[in-house]
Design a protein around this ligand. Sequence first.
Ligand SMILES: *[C@@H]1O[C@H](CO)[C@@H](O)[C@H](O)[C@H]1NC(C)=O
Ligand SMILES: *[C@@H]1O[C@H](CO)[C@@H](O)[C@H](O)[C@H]1NC(C)=O
Ligand SMILES: *[C@@H]1O[C@H](CO)[C@@H](O)[C@H](O)[C@H]1NC(C)=O
Ligand SMILES: *[C@@H]1O[C@H](CO)[C@@H](O)[C@H](O)[C@H]1NC(C)=O
Length: 297
Amino acid sequence: MKTTHLLQTIIFFFYLPSLISSQTCKNTCGTIPIKYPFGTGTGCGDPHFQPYVYCENGQLNFKTHTGCYQVSSIDYNKNVMYISDTSMSTCACWQPSKGFSLDWNAPFSFQDDTIFALLDCSVDSSPIYKSSGGENNSSFPMCDNQGAEICSLLYSCQAVSRIDLPVSTCCVYAPVDLGPSFDMDLQKLKCTSYSSIHGFNGQFPNPQGWNYGISLKYKFNFNNDYPIVCDNCEKSHGVCGYNGPYNAFSCNCPTGVNTTTDCYLGPVWNNSIQIISGKIRPFFIFFMAWLFIVALM
Ligand SMILES: *[C@@H]1O[C@H](CO)[C@@H](O)[C@H](O)[C@H]1NC(C)=O
Ligand SMILES: *[C@@H]1O[C@H](CO)[C@@H](O)[C@H](O)[C@H]1NC(C)=O
Ligand SMILES: *[C@@H]1O[C@H](CO)[C@@H](O)[C@H](O)[C@H]1NC(C)=O
Ligand SMILES: *[C@@H]1O[C@H](CO)[C@@H](O)[C@H](O)[C@H]1NC(C)=O
């Protein structure tokens, strides 16, 4: 009898480190809450998003072939991620930029309400001014005519008005015109800079108050249904992740263990080896604790 107690106490202590060890996948990155499909590192979130969005030194970053950008916030209800490009111009700061592009295979697309304004474009040689009409046709099919007001407001900003550019060098470019590769190569377009506005913040005629930045829609599966198994995992304070050669779903629990369901019930996995079957685990832990107390008495 004593030996059994001793053995069970040893088993309990064997599990103790896993109960106090910390979670590999975090549910925040700096101040940004992290939920599916995003993750803070390899094995966390959805494997399709992991190469593009990652957490480093408490900052969430978004990577494309044009650079790394800081994620400013994520709207999980609308499935929209807001990013800021430090190279783009705003009302407060005029600066040259190379542009912005999305990777064609990344699960992101431009949000319809994002307005891109190409700035300081060459009226003579930029392809955006290519006229499809006659010689004297001054309509530029790639620029949005309704964007003229946005252009003149942007050019009224002190940072831009100081360099005295004609408003005709500004072109509001609808994302729909960016082409299937979502490429905005300013060198090719013969423009010096760009500005991206994802909302007027209720202050339309005042460009100082606008929300500058890029908003991107994301889609995690065909129907964009939140996976139930992941929802259950998050409700039990776990973080959704993936594991193994087939990127199988894995719930990373606050105790550090991974389960195939949630952090209440579910088989415990350790590097693909099932240690305890899910149904008995809570009873097992309770039983062990009870035996431990009995053994002490
Ligand atoms: C998982 O297995 C590794 C060795 O493969 C071991 O070092 C670690 O303590 C185990 N973790 C748990 C929670 O059992
Ligand atoms: C749990 O999953 C995470 C992410 O896949 C992994 O980094 C970690 O090593 C796993 N922990 C265990 C104990 O298997
Ligand atoms: C200029 O080109 C646009 C677009 O092709 C066309 O709709 C418009 O009628 C043309 N205007 C003139 C004055 O030719
Ligand atoms: C183009 O149209 C403007 C008026 O819109 C006119 O003054 C100008 O002479 C025209 N130029 C040519 C080359 O036809």
